[in-house]
Design a protein around this ligand. Structure first.
Ligand SMILES: NC(=O)c1ccc[n+]([C@@H]2O[C@H](COP(=O)([O-])OP(=O)(O)OC[C@H]3O[C@@H](n4cnc5c(N)ncnc54)[C@H](OP(=O)(O)O)[C@@H]3O)[C@@H](O)[C@H]2O)c1
Length: 333
């Protein structure tokens, strides 16, 4: 195992902070860790499991002196710096959606398509968080029963919109309870005591971009363009962990018992499904956990013997972002 020089770009953000912790929790062999954020944070020192580290601004020198760059500062910054990172022989693992749909950029979930990562041309993309969470349960079911149709409805936490999304929920909650005028900067509408069926921009077909990401990315990661995937993505007033109600139609007949047997053996999945004891996946329980919780597994009433319905909750800052990125990096040690 070879230790690596790592730089995290966007280290002070919701995902970046988790990346630092994941490097430690995943026992990543870090030779040296550098942290990059905007000018606003530069110069500050961040307490990390690797010691106190001074935050730097982005520069070519950082990439010239690093083996792997974990990017988590938004699409604009990823696009602006890609050529520079690649030129300096530093592997870019990108959390943004900037390169996910490029033919030559692998889109990787290590439990599903690790070999795709090895074909990289300097950049590997991390999937959208909602896609990554669903994929943990869908992939083993696809291998065993063959997915034909997938219909997803999501319940997505405010941290999906970054650290400022959580701040806005907290602030609006306090303002609402104090009968004050609400501050609205991040979400299109009040999120406290509300739900918003709108994440990202609207596409011409009436779906939002977040919803289309689930469809495009599932097909690319699974290497199967024939699976039909439809999604409705909804923001809810929780801080962390996304939940999803998922209905599938399979090529081979499926039962809840058979599905449970498959999911029990799947890596990255924990079955939480004991309705007699009121046990099922919930975002509060899934928060800060590496595994995605899967439960409420039942035969689907519409697709019958070829249909299954279940509910998942997963920490999108981990499974949908930081953890997946660190696990991709681990393929290269
Ligand atoms: N949140 C999620 O659940 C999630 C999941 C999957 C993927 N992602 C993706 O991950 C990326 C980051 O998301 P986030 O939720 O962590 O956002 P965030 O909390 O808003 O953090 C953004 C980070 O980018 C840094 N940054 C901003 N401008 C910069 C610049 N010019 N140079 C260097 N760093 C700069 C910020 O630094 P300052 O603190 O100094 O401003 C901060 O560290 C996005 O592309 C997002 O789509 C997010």
């Amino acid at each position: 195992m070879k230790s690596k020089n790592i730089v995290i770009v966007g280290a002070t953000g919701a995902v970046g902070r988790e990346m630092i912790l994941c490097l430690k929790k995943c026992h990543f062999p870090v030779k040296n860790l550098r942290l990059v954020a905007s000018e606003k944070s530069a110069g500050q020192k961040l307490e990390t499991p690797f010691g106190k580290i001074k935050i730097e601004t982005i520069s070519e020198k950082v990439f010239a002196e690093s083996d792997i760059a974990l990017f988590s500062a938004g699409s604009g910054i990823s696009k602006e710096w890609r050529d520079c990172v690649v030129k300096n022989n530093c592997l870019m693992i990108d959390n943004s959606s900037a390169f996910r749909y490029e033919k030559d950029t692998p889109l990787v979930v290590p439990q599903i398509n690790p070999k795709a990562a090895l074909k990289h041309k300097g950049v590997i993309s991390n999937p959208n968080c909602t896609t990554a969470i669903a994929a943990m349960a869908l992939w083993p079911l696809h291998k065993a029963f063959g997915l034909k149709k997938v219909i997803v409805s999501t319940y997505q936490a405010t941290s999906g919109a970054g650290a400022k999304g959580m701040d806005e929920l907290l602030q609006q909650t306090k303002e609402h309870l104090a009968n004050k005028r609400l501050t609205k900067n991040i979400f299109a509408h009040q999120i406290a005591f509300n739900i918003i069926p709108h994440i990202d921009t609207f596409e011409k077909n009436g779906y939002t971009r977040e919803e289309m990401k689930v469809s495009w990315e599932t097909k690319k990661i699974f290497g199967d363009e024939k699976i039909l995937v439809s999604c409705t993505a909804v923001r809810i007033p929780t801080f962390r962990a996304h939940s999803e109600s998922i209905v599938i139609e399979t090529a081979k007949p499926i039962t809840p018992e058979k599905a449970r047997k498959v999911l029990e053996k799947a890596s990255g999945v924990e079955i939480v499904d004991d309705t007699l004891r009121n046990k099922y996946p919930m975002p509060l329980n899934a928060s800060n956990k590496f595994d995605v919780e899967v439960g409420r597994i039942r035969q689907n009433l519409v697709f019958g013997k070829n249909g299954l319905e279940f509910f998942v909750s997963g920490d999108q800052l981990l499974r949908g972002a930081a953890l997946n990125a660190v696990e991709i990096a681990k393929l290269f040690i």
